[in-house]
Design a protein around this ligand. Structure first.
Ligand code: ATP
Ligand code: MG
Length: 218
């Protein structure tokens, strides 16, 4: 399935975090979040998982998966704890997190402790995710703070399911990075700088391939 997935030695228990996202493009908010989760939860690796056809996105045209994959690769390649998977971008169907997580359990079997890392905006939607109750049994969630979104709303949003869901959700404060891919795309389209919002090689890749420039100006 998947090259660049961490290997395990026989008898060794592997602690993996999956950082799912559209990564259109990847930015410092994703990287700081993954790094903090990796350290705080003593993970062996964080696997960045760019989505194929994202089931939760609106209808805007998501950038070609290979571009998103390569930008993510450029951003994570130097970190020995970070890796990347092609599982979802190679899937012929829209990828659901529960399917991805099931696949990880098939590959690693009993020896896996799995975490799924999401920002506050994503965890709030968890009850709309496919088979979310099974998903929560298959992996714990690390729900991180994100500027502009409040984790305090979870009790209200989850209602009667709050206690059950929170048994599988760990809250994690991460250094605040008020950055989004949407804002980066807007800035590029407007000719504004994106330096320091995303790693230099990603910035260069965006400019080299003329990503996020409105068609009429291209
Ligand atoms: P878009 O604006 O296109 O939705 P995004 O910046 O939200 O992009 P995604 O690829 O949608 O990035 O997000 C992937 C994951 O990273 C989600 O779980 C999201 O909550 C989390 N995330 C994104 N940006 C941040 C940030 N600045 N701080 C913390 N978590 C973040
Ligand atoms: Mg998003």
């Amino acid at each position: 399935m998947s090259f660049l997935l961490p290997k395990k030695n026989v008898g060794e228990k592997l602690r993996l975090g999956i950082m799912g996202g559209t990564f259109d493009p990847i930015h410092m908010g994703h990287l700081v979040t993954a790094e903090e989760a990796c350290q705080q939860f003593n993970l062996d690796h964080v696997v960045f998982m760019p989505s194929g056809e994202p089931p939760h996105k609106d209808k805007r045209n998501v950038t070609d998966a290979e571009h998103r994959y390569l930008m993510t690769m450029l951003a994570v390649v130097a970190n020995p704890k970070f890796t990347i998977s092609r599982l979802e971008i190679e899937s012929k169907h829209p990828s659901y997190t529960v399917d991805t997580v099931r696949r990880f359990h098939e590959i690693y079997g009993e020896s896996l402790t799995l975490y799924f890392i999401t920002g506050a905006d994503a965890i709030i939607d968890i009850m709309t995710w496919k088979d979310y109750r099974e998903l929560l049994e298959l992996c714990s969630f690390i729900a991180t703070s994100r500027p502009g979104y409040s984790l305090h709303k979870l009790r209200e949003v989850f209602g009667d399911s709050f206690e059950v869901i929170m048994r599988h959700v760990h809250l994690l404060e991460v250094p605040a990075m008020a950055i989004s891919s949407t804002e980066i795309r807007r800035r590029v389209a407007a000719g504004k700088t994106i330096r320091y919002l995303t790693p230099d090689p990603v910035e260069q890749y965006i400019h080299k391939n003329r990503l996020y420039i409105p068609r009429s100006l291209d």
